[in-house]
Design a protein around this ligand. Structure first.
Ligand SMILES: Nc1ncnc2c1ncn2[C@@H]1O[C@H](COP(=O)(O)OP(=O)(O)O)[C@@H](O)[C@H]1O
Ligand SMILES: [Mg+2]
Length: 270
């Protein structure tokens, strides 16, 4: 479903050396596979998701999605079969519009004008039904302004909006990192449910080592723009959080790591 063939992405920074965010990365992700990505700060995790989504054109290599070479296709052309959720719960929704209006916009996004019917009662029924699945009571608040919802409620709604048009691919970039642990747990449960029900091919970046190992069926480890580990099957089942921790700790011997990485390692470890 997702085939990245030796993709490289370099960012130019004025006054400093250029950054090789992705260094000839290759990976093949099969349909319905659920891949978690864990890595050091600045290792290229978000850039990898952006390369799939088409936020930029890669400097070299090929991006093949759903058997189609989309390497030079802009983001909007790929948006039809990709759903995305970011870390910040406030980026995915419009705060001044109601839940109903947000869902409607998400559903109609990218559809030809002729198909955009008004806001009908049958839509309301449908939205109530899908909101009910979230199990957080939003089905009774269809006309509530989204700005009044909590971060967790907004992230749940964002997840629903990202998948309402039944994309083939779901990209999640640390989508629970800004939430408190209990809310994060709810969003993870919901993520699992949506991914399983819709058989979505999913790539989820996480900073939690236990999430990386316990969710989905494959774990990719990244460091300095490269994939340094790829775990699946029995090998993955045998891998414990401590092993991941040790693998990243080994990198410490090669270089002095910044504070952020050390805190990331600790966060995932505990
Ligand atoms: N739009 C951008 N402009 C310049 N540099 C960027 C941009 N996006 C990412 N980078 C750089 O590329 C590297 C990888 O970034 P990113 O993929 O965001 O890392 P991660 O998500 O793993 O923390 C970092 O050094 C980052 O500073
Ligand atoms: Mg990132």
């Amino acid at each position: 479903m997702i085939n990245l063939d030796r993709i490289t992405k370099v960012f130019e920074h004025s006054g400093v050396d250029k950054v090789i965010a992705l260094n000839s990365v290759s990976i093949e992700i099969k349909e319905s596979e659920f891949v978690t990505i864990i890595g050091t700060n600045g290792s290229g995790k978000s850039t990898l998701l952006n390369a799939i989504a088409g936020k930029f054109i890669c400097d070299s290599g090929n991006v093949i999605l759903n058997s189609k070479n989309v390497t030079i296709d802009p983001e909007y052309k790929r948006a039809n079969f990709i759903g995305r959720v970011f870390q910040n719960p406030f980026t995915g929704t419009s705060p001044n519009l109601s839940i109903f209006e947000n869902l409607r916009i998400a559903e109609l996004r990218g559809k030809p004008r002729g198909l955009k019917q008004g806001l009908t009662s049958s839509n309301r029924k449908h939205y109530k039904k899908i909101l009910k699945k979230l199990e957080i009571g939003l089905e009774d608040r269809l006309d509530a302004t989204v700005g009044l919802l909590s971060g967790g409620q907004r992230q749940a709604l964002t997840l629903l909006m990202a998948t309402i048009r039944e994309p083939k691919i779901l990209l999640l970039d640390e989508h629970t990192a800004a939430l408190d642990p209990k809310t994060a747990e709810q969003i993870i449960k919901l993520t699992k449910k949506i991914v399983e029900e819709s058989h979505l091919t999913t790539v989820m970046v996480t900073h939690s080592m236990s999430q990386a190992l316990n969710l989905g069926n494959r774990t990719i480890m990244m460091h300095k723009g490269e994939i340094i580990g790829d775990l699946s099957g029995e090998k993955r089942e045998r891998t414990k959080v401590k092993d991941l921790f040790n693998k990243f700790s080994e990198l410490r011997k090669e270089e002095l790591l910044d504070d952020e990485l050390i805190s990331m390692l600790q966060e995932g470890y505990y």
